[in-house]
Structures are given as C-alpha cells and as structure tokens.
Design a protein. Structure first.
Length: 254
C-alpha cells in the first residue's frame, strides 16, 4: 500500500514538474499585447520576450522608456520587476497569454519572432533607447551636404546644377533656411521656424531612423549620430540626389 501511494505521489510530482517545464518552453519567443491596461498610461502596446525560464525584456515603442524590464526570472508562472511588483502569467491557449499585476493587465498574442532572434530584437530597443537619450535636446542646422546617388549620372550637367541649387535643401518639405532649430523630447520632434511658428511631430525612434507621425501619414527619416554633439538626417528626393542635414547640439536656449 505504501509503495502504491509512493508511486502515485511521484507520478503527480513528475506531472507537475513536466507541466512547469512545458509552460516555460511554451513561453519562449516574442509576445505582443492585444489589450493593455496600465496605471501609467504613457504607452498603448508592449512586447514580451521569454527564453529559458526568463523574461528577457518587456519593451514598447510608445512611452518614456523603450525598455521597461530586463532579465527577470519566471517562477511558478510569476515574475517580480525591479520595483518589487509581482506579475502572474496565465496561459489561455496556444497563441494567447494574460499577464496580471497590481493595476496592470495585458493580454498578449504570440508573434513570429523565433527564440534565436530574440537578442537581436531586444538590442534594437536598447540601442534606440540609448540614441533617444542622446538626441533629446535642441539642435541647430549647421550645414546641408548635397550628393548625387550612386545610380545617378555624375557628369550630367543638370545633376550638377541640382547640386549647386538650394531649392532642395528641405526637411519635411520645409526649407532649411527657414528653420531656427529643432527640439526633441521623449515624445515629439518639433521644428521651430524663424517666424516663430512650430511644427510638431510625435515620433518613434528606431536605431537608424525616425518615424514621424502627421495626421494619417508616417514620415521615415534616416539619421546617424556622429558624436555627442552632432548628428545628421539624410533626406532623399526623386531627382537622384540626397541631402545630409547636419545638426549640432545647443546647450543654451537657442
């Protein structure tokens, strides 16, 4: 009888451990929020990245921080963030989980990013966060460098005239000569004109580009940080030419 009870106990323990292990393996990958309610409502969507029993990262492209949490252990389908808040994970079905915490609810669906690509995905959020912290502030245009694209006829007289013209020295169709400075905070890319008017674009910063929103349109601008004090935005047009608009950081009110 004792042997029989022991066998049942061991079987239950094995099943419990097996389910725990399978739950951990099941979570591996990327999950995107389908519904999200948080106390601090500065973002509307999150991404969770699980791997080998850890929440590697909790991220968002919308909010004051792109990386919300990192490297948290999952135990009994729970994790604790850096502030001590406890979150529970409930597996709904093969494509859906719920995450609940104090004044937090998220329903997440599985994304297509495979576990071997998770580190690359997380690195994009981390690099974008680092770049945004560096770019926040006031920037003055110091130069516009016009160049012909590699596929353009470098000897064409018309292209050479384009290089000499200031007509195409524009940022979002705004002549650079009319721009006093630009200002970046955590949410908005603002162009301050010399006539006193401002044009504001909510933005998402990717590791190599801005996504600027204007009504129902998204403008994509490539950028490159050259130093703590200087970066450039690359703009293209349809005539085979591109322009690098070079900015220098202003440490006093412009």
């Amino acid at each position: 009888m004792r042997t029989y009870v022991a066998i049942i106990f061991i079987s239950i323990l094995q099943l419990s451990c097996s389910k725990k292990d399978s739950d951990g393996a099941f979570l591996n990958g990327e999950w995107m929020s389908d519904s999200l309610k948080v106390k601090k409502n500065d973002h509307w969507r999150e991404f969770l990245y699980f791997k080998n029993g850890k929440l590697l990262a909790q991220t968002t492209w919308w909010g004051q921080n792109y990386v919300l949490n990192k490297n948290l252990d999952i135990q009994k389908n729970q994790f604790i963030d850096a502030k001590g808040n406890i979150y529970s994970i409930n597996i709904i079905d093969s494509l859906t989980i719920e995450v609940k915490g104090n004044e937090y609810y998220g329903r997440f669906i599985r994304e297509q990013v495979q576990s071997e690509n998770i580190d690359t995905a997380i690195n994009e959020f981390e690099q974008a966060q680092k770049n945004r912290n560096q770019l926040i502030g006031n920037w003055k245009i110091i130069k516009a460098e016009k160049k012909l694209r590699s596929d353009a006829d470098q000897k064409d007289p018309i292209n050479q005239e384009f290089l000499k013209s200031t007509e195409f020295e524009k940022l979002l169709d705004i002549p650079t000569s009319s721009i006093n400075h630009i200002d970046l905070d955590q949410e908005n890319f603002t162009i301050h004109l010399k006539n006193g008017k401002n044009i504001q674009y909510p933005y998402i910063l990717r590791p190599e580009s801005f996504d600027l929103s204007s009504e129902d349109m998204i403008f994509n601008l490539k950028y490159k940080i050259e130093s703590l004090h200087q970066f450039r935005i690359k703009t293209y047009n349809t005539i085979g030419m591109y322009i690098d608009i070079i900015f220098v950081k202003q440490y006093t009110n412009p």
